[in-house]
Ligand binder design. Sequence first.
Ligand code: S3P
Length: 192
Amino acid sequence: MADNSATARHVRQALGTRSIVMVGMMGCGKSAIGRRLANALDLKFVDADDEIEKAAGMSISEIFQQLGEQHFRDGERRVIARLLAGGPQVLSTGGGAYMSEETRDRVRTAGIAVWLKAELPILMKRVMRRDNRPLLKTHNPEARMRELLDIRSPIYAEADITIESREVAHDVIVGEILNKLAAQPVERPAGA
Ligand code: S3P
């Protein structure tokens, strides 16, 4: 297992009260990697989708089904705004969250965005393991994913750092994130 502890200490210190915000497509590994990253940094891990479900008292599928996507997006924006006030932490966001300009602005102010970039075949392999994503309840989930990937990638690319999510041990990816954060500290002017 890679020893990331010295780099982790350095990154943790430079982070201050900011959050590391995991962004990227469904299936890119935001929660799995985010949880391990939090562990390496000795920070709490928070999953925005779980918090949205808690706040609504419903599953994401139920919110989409009964109240519609727009309602979900409004709740998502509000919940992420609230969570961002709770740093330092590692915050994993749902695949569509970073599409909101308001959310991107908030992340820029209170966090550092990490895009876990993955190729379509890897994403498909992972998302098809579970049946919990309302956007993929269509006759051709792969076409839907490709469409979302094309639309969203240029926006995910606004993240502070980009990491290729691929089929290697999670610790390898965590190590890459820590190294990139250490080598390329994200400074924000005071009050930005
Ligand atoms: C969505 C991704 C999901 C969840 C919702 C919508 C999206 O989260 O927020 O189903 O728009 O890509 P994950 O990215 O964690 O699967």
